[in-house]
Design a protein around this ligand. Structure first.
Ligand SMILES: [Zn+2]
Length: 251
């Protein structure tokens, strides 16, 4: 298909989808997405959000590129080692799609700064690698009813869940994990198969795009990917009546 409007050509495959079409693509283009972490998961997720024309993509990571990242964080090159990940990623993605706005946040956000970033965006994708950040991001999303797409990858395992934006009915991340689970932290100590964060990041991008385009999707389930067996399975996540974050009257 050729078209004189480059945006129509870029988005032709979305426009051809009955579930997206012109109205869904317009919604995607008018939306913003905040990515927490631009590592293996965030790189993969961001690449699809950028290419598919999410109007404003905000990349948040205070870390710098390390040589140990290069084996799986595919947008970084040896020349980037020592540079701020969010800045490098924003530059690369600006070339991928010059028609959208991309913002890099390179400092560690405190609760107030994170709350301001979350309330200003339509969907939050959390690809961070520690529970302190995941709990902080969940708190911010529940407080202002933002959809949270959460993903994690370690060893040969990945997981994905979508929470909110209606936390009267949707469970939150804290309903799933009441406390830190150290077995799910530190790729450095445990290792991770390179493509697993890419699988999870790509699934997160699919969920975010569906949400932004207005495609209904069930909540309250955790998708588990086991690269060793090649299997996906999902388990239900119940909304906890005693959740300290999303229980009515909590906080
Ligand atoms: Zn909860």
């Amino acid at each position: 298909m050729s078209d004189s409007n480059p945006n129509l050509s870029r988005h032709a495959r979305h426009l051809a989808l009955t579930q997206v079409g012109a109205s869904g693509q317009a919604r995607i283009g008018a939306s913003s997405a905040l990515l927490i972490g631009v590592g293996g998961i965030g790189c993969a997720a961001a690449s699809y959000l950028v290419a598919s024309g999410v109007g404003h993509v905000i990349l948040c990571d205070f870390d710098t590129v390390d040589e140990t990242n290069l084996g799986r964080q595919t947008i970084y090159a040896p020349i980037d080692v020592g540079k701020q990940k969010a800045t490098v990623a924003a530059s690369r993605f600006a070339a991928t799609n010059p028609d959208i706005e991309i913002t890099a946040i390179t400092e560690r956000l405190d609760d107030d700064a994170l709350a301001a970033a979350v309330v200003a965006t339509d969907v939050v994708l959390d690809g961070s690698d520690n529970f302190a950040t995941r709990f902080q991001v969940n708190n911010a999303c529940v407080a202002v009813s933002r959809c949270l797409v959460s993903g994690a990858a370690i060893r040969l395992e990945g997981q994905l869940a979508v929470f909110g934006p209606n936390f009267d009915t949707s469970p939150c991340y804290r309903c799933l994990y009441q406390e830190r689970d150290e077995s799910l932290e530190s790729c450095a100590g445990n290792g991770v198969l390179a493509a697993v964060p890419g699988v999870i990041g790509t699934l997160m991008a699919a969920e975010a795009l569906k949400y932004l385009a207005g495609i209904d999707s069930p909540r309250g389930k955790l998708l588990l990917f086991d690269a060793a067996s090649g299997d996906f399975r999902s388990v239900a996540i119940s909304k906890r009546g005693d959740c300290p974050v999303c229980h009515q009257g909590a906080g």
